[in-house]
Design a protein around this ligand. Structure first.
Ligand code: FCB
Length: 447
């Protein structure tokens, strides 16, 4: 059966997301800044001025609100706020205060991420997340931030994709500090759980002082993939698929829910304050992983388990486009019985040829989840603007808004307008799909 209209709940959050290191520019006291200068970035770039959101955020928030978006997710940079151990930068704190005030003035709700990967150099030098007191030091930084901005934030995201520092940073050596140590990975996993607890404690302290009745929304953004074995009858593929799914998607949220460190990261030992320490499930979804384990190959990275059939639809990142997987991971996230926020979903696409269709097909899956009773409250598109895509540099263009090289002027891509129409009306109509992505009409409007 075909339908003509897809409607979302009235109070739905329609946002976009960035991470400050990737978009603000000049995060000079961070470990990433130093690492980039060592020629580690695939396209030879460094984050540099990035999209210069550090200075241009007023113009950006005006554009977001003109386009019709109603919320924005970004991060505070620890390295900016605490450039030296125990020395807190008044300039940086004022900056983030002003950013949040400006958002509010434009009528945009704020989702604030407290850790989105870069560490201050001084933290990295003393072992980063492997140091025993790293959770406490993170808590001290968070306290300073929360004291200044509590009341201006609508959704708190303590950690972005904590499995990335665990896996890419400490297990497979792909991101700073480029370590390959299972022991370190386990320590980092545990310390990030504790860091979440510390951060939450500081936010709740501020909440108690505020006298507000409703508890603040606090959670993490979990990177999830829809993992599937290529051959379910193959015992190895199927076992590895289960392991990857647990390792990648479930281990961290399960720990936040149970309060214990699950094997193989721990021995089910309890962490005080961890049990049920989140009030929403944050989902970052980009792709699915088809697992096909090759016995002859020793995996040097999680990607070595992956298989992509010839002709599969992919993005510029080489990710498979698989919208039904979005529904599956939302369903998984909803198991915890809390509201779900999509904190990232998007596509690298310089010409905007794929993005409108990608967006519509993924939003359709969000709607499917809502219709099936899942409490999805908002969707943040990655990304508002072209930015520094970590190890891959500026070559990958995730922005709804393009950044003109040289001038750094903003140029909204067609999908930026399309997303604005959806955000303003809460609807996807056939006319809209015909205008922006006629090739996906059938898929989007089948019931
Ligand atoms: C996510 C990261 C984000 C960005 C997107 C493409 O894993 O959280 O910073 O790099 O991928």
């Amino acid at each position: 059966m075909s339908i003509n209209l897809i409607e979302f709940p009235e109070d739905f959050l329609w946002g976009t997301a960035v991470c400050s290191h990737q978009a603000e520019g000049h995060n000079v006291n961070s470990d990433w800044w130093e690492w980039e200068k060592k020629g580690k970035i695939a396209d030879g770039t460094v984050s540099g001025a990035a999209a210069d959101m550090l200075n241009r955020y007023p113009e950006d928030f005006k554009l977001m609100s003109d386009l019709g978006y109603n919320s924005f997710r970004f991060s505070v940079e620890w390295a900016r706020v605490e450039p030296e151990r125990g020395v807190f930068s008044e300039d940086a704190l004022r900056h983030y205060e002003k950013v949040l005030d400006e958002l509010r003035a434009r009528g945009l709700k704020a989702c604030l991420t407290l850790y989105h990967w870069p560490l201050p150099k001084w933290m990295a030098k003393r072992g980063g997340w492997t140091a025993e007191d790293s959770p406490e030091l993170f808590g001290r930084f968070v306290k300073r931030v929360v004291e200044r901005v509590y009341g201006k934030v609508d959704i708190w995201c303590t950690l972005n994709e904590p499995m990335v520092p665990v896996i890419a940073g400490h297990l497979f050596g792909e991101f700073p500090p480029e370590r390959r140590s299972w022991n370190e990975a386990r320590t980092v996993f545990k310390n990030l759980l504790k860091a979440h607890v510390e951060a939450r404690r500081r936010i709740l302290d501020a909440w108690r002082r505020s006298g507000e009745s409703d508890e603040p929304l606090i959670g993490i953004a979990q990177a999830v993939v829809d993992a599937a074995p290529v051959n379910p009858d193959n015992i190895l593929d199927s076992a590895i698929h289960k392991f990857i799914r647990f390792f990648h998607n479930d281990a961290f949220p399960k720990a936040l829910s149970s309060g214990k460190v699950p094997p193989p990261f721990g021995f089910n030992e309890k962490i005080s304050g961890l049990k049920d320490s989140f009030s929403y499930s944050g989902v970052n979804y980009y792709t699915r992983m088809r697992i096909n384990f090759n016995l002859k190959k020793i995996p040097g990275s999680l990607n070595d388990f992956l298989y992509l059939p010839e002709g599969a639809e992919t993005t510029a990142m080489g990710y498979e486009v698989y919208p039904p997987g979005f529904y599956n991971v939302i369903k998984d996230a909803a198991r915890y019985g809390k509201p779900v926020y999509i904190l990232e979903n998007g596509i690298a696409d310089a010409t905007d040829a794929q993005r409108p269709g990608y967006l519509l097909r993924h939003l359709k899956q969000v709607k499917r989840a809502i219709d099936d009773g899942m409490d999805v409250k908002g969707y943040f598109q990655w990304s508002y603007i072209d930015n520094f895509e970590w190890k891959l540099g500026f070559e990958k263009k995730f922005g709804l808004v393009e950044v003109e090289p040289g001038t750094l002027n903003r140029k909204p891509r067609p999908s930026a307008y399309m997303y604005g129409e959806i955000a303003r009306t809460g609807k996807i109509t056939r006319e809209l799909a015909e205008k922006y992505a006629p090739n996906v009409i059938e898929e989007v409007f089948e019931s």
